[in-house]
Structures are given as structure tokens and as C-alpha cells.
Design a protein around this ligand. Sequence first.
Ligand code: MN
Ligand code: MN
Length: 498
Amino acid sequence: MEPKSVWESYSDKQLKDMHTFNDAYRVFLSESKTERECVDNIVNDIEKAGYVELQKVIASGKKLKKGDKVYAVNMNKNVVMFQIGSEPLEKGMNILGAHIDSPRLDLKQNPLYEEKGLALLDTHYYGGIKKYQWVTLPLALHGVIVKKDGTVAEISLGEEEDDPVFFISDILIHLAGDQMSKTAAKAVEGEALNIICGNKPIKMDSPIKMDKASKTKTAAAAKTSAKTTAAKKNAKEEAEEKAKEGVKAGVLAILKDLYGVEEEDFLSAEIEVVPAGKAREAGFDRSMIMSYGQDDRVCAYGSYKAMLAIKSVKRTACCILVDKEEIGSVGATGMQSRFFENIVAEVMNLTGSYSELLLRRCLANSLMLSSDVSAGFDPNYASCFEPKNSCYLGSGMVINKYTGSRGKYSSNDASAEYMAYIRKVLDEGNVIFQTAELGKVDQGGGGTIAYILAQYGMNVIDSGVAVLDMHAPWEVTSKADVYETYRGYIAFLNGEGM
Ligand code: MN
Ligand code: MN
């Protein structure tokens, strides 16, 4: 089967709608570079559309009924939203799932140091990255520093035109003899991913005066005592030490000034280093989007926007956007957390239909699209793909019956029956879709959150958007696919069940 072109299928009206949707998507990408920023921006948007915080509904003592819209946020990094359908919840929900964390560099807990007149920040990378891609790029810092008294300093530095940016150096080609003979995996090592963040020593008035005084003292003492040789040396070292740390002291003074924080406050900080700059249109024809973090914010954006697009639904519509997918869906805000199950229980309770058994039925009877990006066929690396079972930019929503690697290990393999249902729903919604697997057999592979929800006995299938340069600082999607996948999500949410 030849892939269809979304571009050729669109009317002028659809093309216009597609561009409008993608303009808003680009703004979202530019303003949502961390999972926390995603949650903030999504909550602001869905509240305008009538979504109410779950805890407020609980506190009010009101019940939830058909058409009501609620959401819950988990630790500022994970959000789930529901629109109650006409059918009882035990019949199951239509669930859209995606993740809002992206590969990046995280500052270590003790990051700041100085070496030879440069201040640096040490990092530990997050998720699967090719380390050599992260050097000599303008970088921005995003995140929070939480002080002991609980106050939070929010940081976003490097995005505005007149903001300073940060960077990781790379060795010049003239001196790269050793580096160029290494494998790509070793050319830039994890411990070399240190952010250069300053070069100007602070004007340390009092320490400099002190140094002069101690020098005089040691000079006088040298005449009378043999011990003074050591004392002189100590004072000199001390002065040199202070001068050496002048750049670091300068950076700390600026942090104090900007955010009211001390060096030790880094201990309770989460600062993510990401590529600086906005999402851009790509190509002469402006047909693509190039941006940081499209894995998986392209699916997260389309999913929550689809929740806002549906009118009334038969099956309760749900969208869960999780953190920590890139490192195995672990922790309190990852898909493996009980958060989702707990909130579903709360929602059932508010509809007057909670019991442990009804909750289990609800989860087992639910249908899910686990949405994540797929590896778009790349003509520059054609040998990594099997053309019949690859996805192509501009050919629509991607459905992956299975993911995994080396003999489908760690895969969620959706049933043929569910695959047939998805085909029907998408065809009835006139959604152009393609099927794919991640690269050719034994080239590599990957997993998503699909298998975790499948543990409830739920039908789950992987779907999403084709991406070029996945996990690189700048990833590329086709605008046609972004919009068509959003249309696919709407068709899925309106689906009446198997
Ligand atoms: Mn992903
Ligand atoms: Mn990923």
C-alpha cells in the first residue's frame, strides 16, 4: 500500500485550518520547554474552556454529571483531564495518553564551579541523547529553585532576544586529532557536558583589601621567624584561591540578585538545560516545524486540544499527559505511578459509581491511544528503514500495532480486533493514517507508555506523528501530520467503543 498525501487531500479551508492550528502549536512549543511549563500552559488553556480542578469539585461536595469537565495535576509535572460521557464509567473511557518530558541536560545538585577564569555548570543528561549534538549550541535554562522556606524561584533564561544564552564548548577541529578517531558515542562524553556560564570576576573589594593586609603582615613576619615561609605561602595560596573563584562568585552574586538564592539552594533545584530559541517553520513552502521537544509535545498538544474540540461524548473522554517517559516512566509523575488510577477512582466516586470492582471494570473496558512520535523515513539514512513499514512525513497519523526491539521485546502488541476498530473509527472520520514500525528489524527500537496501561487488560495501541531528528536538539514534523493526527484524536474520542 502506497502512503497517501495529506497535503493533496486537503481543501483550501482545511489547509487554512491546518496552518492556524500549527501557528498555535508553535507558540505552545516555544513557551513550554519543560514538563512544568507544559502543565502550566495547558491548565491555563483548559480552565478557559471550562475545566475545573478536581480538588475544587471534591471540596464543593458537588457530583459530576454528563458533560462535566475536570482535571487534576500531579506535582506540577503531570496532568489528567476528563469529560464525562453519557455512558456509565464502568463501560470504559476513551483515553489519549502522551508524555510531556523531553530529552535534555539537567543541572547536577552541586553544579557550579570555576576553572581557569570560566564558570561552569555540571550536568547529567536526561533521556537518550547523542551527546555530540549538544555542543556549540545556544542553550537556555528553565526550571525552579526551591528555598528551604518553600518559596520558589522560577527560572527561564535564554529565550528572549536580549537574554544571555549558555553553551557547551567543543574542541576546535585543529586540535581534534584524538577526538576524531573515537566512536561517535565517545567523541563527547557525558562528563564533558558542562555549561559555560561566566568569565567576569566579581569586584571583591573587601577580600582584595584583606589580601593586601595579609601580604604586608607576612612580609614583616618573614624577617623574624622561620615559620613565616609557610605562612607566606598560605596567605598567597589563599589570595590566589579567592582570585580563582572570582568568576564563580560573580555568577553567584547575579543569581542572588535575580532570584534571591544562595549556592546551597541548588540542592533543591530542578534546572533543565534546553536549546534556546523558538519553534520555527521549516522549508521554502513552510510545510514543516522545527523545534525542541516535539517528542512528545506534538502528541500532547494535539491530544489536549482534541479534548477541547469534542462536544458531547458517549464514552467518557480522558487525556493523560505524563512525565518521565524518556527514563522509563518511573517515579510519582511517570505513567507507572498510581496517580492515574487514583484520580479515575476519585472521578468515579464523584459520579456516584465508585467501587473497587467498578474501577477495575472501567480500566479494563477502556480504549487507549498511546501517542508518541514515530521515526519518519529519512532519505539521508534510508538503510535504517524498511520502506513498506515506515512512516512518511506528510502521510498522516501514524498507527504502530507494536513497538519494542529485538523480536518485539518490551512491546505492547495491540490486538487485531482493536486495530480493526481503530481503522474503522479513523476511516469514518476521514482521517488519513499510515502504519509503521520503528526502523527495520534489529536496527534498534524503542518503547512507550502503552504497555503500562495495557496491564489493566485495556486495549491500547501506539499512535502518533512522524518525526525527523528524533531526540536531537531540534526535531522536525510535517504540519500536515500534526493537524491530521489532531483530527484522528477527535475521531477516536467520539468513538462509540468496540
Ligand atoms: Mn516519546
Ligand atoms: Mn523519546
